[in-house]
Design a protein around this ligand. Structure first.
Ligand code: FMN
Ligand SMILES: CCCCCCC(=O)C(=O)O
Length: 351
């Protein structure tokens, strides 16, 4: 396996087809799933030459979290469907690689256990926590306290989910519940019962203000695509935006995430960092995202493919492959650092 796509093939070969479909699929016609990857192919890189620099530096810091490269792990639910160790293995692999991992609220391993696993392999792992704001604010606050106590360094609030996207592969497969023994451990209550997550259209900016008032952690909004929402995020004291269409799993027909970067970069005017996910499969994709204004790019499915193919080792291999590709791409582009990728490296419509 020499690239991320090979890992998808290996994962498909070993996964229960119902779970493969859950991971791979998107909403309805999956137009946006395809658009995310195709958009990167339509962006071309115009390298500079004779730059005379040392191998590019990949290290970077976002919201106070130090990372060995500007590739993050996006939150994805239900890792134990991919591998018995689930998020324990992914958390170790991410920490070992020195990358920021965003733990999903719907993880099948509790955030405390993910943090403990990460600390087995790194002194100061960079773990963030993803939150679906629940209408039960008491429960939401309790989750925030758990994430804080576990050492999470930022809260990533997913705002593209006022309802669940319509997943037709899931409907055809009759996949509506987790198998026995696998549960969303962050939703377990003191008595042992596990709550159901609520995705509510009533969540609003008022809830972001509320969250700002109950935690000192940086707040990242995940799933912003409209510049007016980016401007509102600034007004509401949000610390960063993760530009994302949820890997095409929520509203089908939204634009490719990377195509929204320029307009969102204009909207925030450098006041807060932009992160990006959706369709990143190559080191060159990361370079394109950085050139268009992202501080870092994040991956969702590639981690699941690595995990399914070979547990912790598989995730490590996926992260390692992307690191090698990123280093190679930056060198070939004539860049000496991942933090200084110029805008004019990317042109549109060349392919
Ligand atoms: C199987 C799966 C589960 C996901 N679960 C969540 C989740 O629980 N919370 C969330 O904010 N995003 C979730 N996402 C979206 C990812 O965080 C991310 O936005 C997306 O996967 C990026 O696209 P990529 O898979 O092409 O890298 C999920 C994505 C997948 C594929
Ligand atoms: C009501 C269950 C919601 C699962 C959503 C997980 C997710 O964000 C995704 O699959 O995408």
């Amino acid at each position: 396996m020499v690239n991320v796509r090979d890992f998808e093939g290996a994962a498909k070969a070993v996964l229960d087809p119902v779970y493969y479909d859950y991971f791979a699929s998107g909403a309805q016609d999956e137009v946006t799933v395809r658009a995310n990857e195709e958009a990167f192919r339509r962006l071309a890189l115009v390298p500079r030459v004779l730059r005379g620099h040392k191998p590019p530096r990949l290290g970077h810091t976002v919201l106070g979290s130090q990372a060995s490269m500007p590739i993050m792990v996006s939150p994805t639910a239900f890792h134990r469907l991919a591998h018995p160790e689930g998020e324990r293995a992914s958390a170790r692999a991410a920490a070992e690689a020195g990358v920021i991992m965003i733990a999903a609220m719907l993880a099948t391993v509790a955030v405390e256990d993910m943090a403990a696993e990460a600390r087995k392999v790194a002194d100061d792992p960079a773990l963030w926590f993803q939150l679906y704001l629940q209408p039960d604010l008491g429960f939401t606050e309790a989750l925030v306290r758990r994430a804080e106590a576990a050492g999470c360094a930022a809260l990533v609030v997913t705002v593209d989910s006022p309802a669940l996207g319509r997943n037709e592969r899931g409907d055809r497969n009759g996949f509506h519940d987790l198998p026995p023994g696998i549960r969303c451990e962050n939703l377990r209550e003191a008595g042992g019962d596990v709550r159901s997550v609520v995705l509510s259209p009533e969540i609003s900016w008022r809830h972001i203000d509320w969250l700002r008032g109950v935690t000192a952690l940086p707040i990242v909004l995940k799933g912003v695509l409209h510049p007016a929402d980016a401007a509102l995020a600034l007004r509401h004291g949000v610390d960063a935006i993760l530009v994302s269409n949820h890997g095409g799993r929520q509203l089908d027909g939204t634009p490719a995430a990377v195509d929204r970067l320029p307009v969102l970069a204009d909207a925030v005017g450098g006041e807060i960092p932009l992160l990006l996910d959706g369709g990143i499969r190559r080191g060159t994709d990361v370079v394109k995202a950085l050139a268009l204004g992202a501080s870092a790019a994040a991956i969702g499915r590639p981690v699941l493919w690595g995990l399914a193919a070979d547990g912790e080792q598989g995730v490590s291999r996926v992260l390692g492959l992307l690191r090698t590709e990123l280093l190679n791409a930056l060198t070939l582009c004539g860049c000496d650092s991942a933090e200084s990728v110029p805008r004019d490296l990317v042109v549109r419509g060349a392919m």
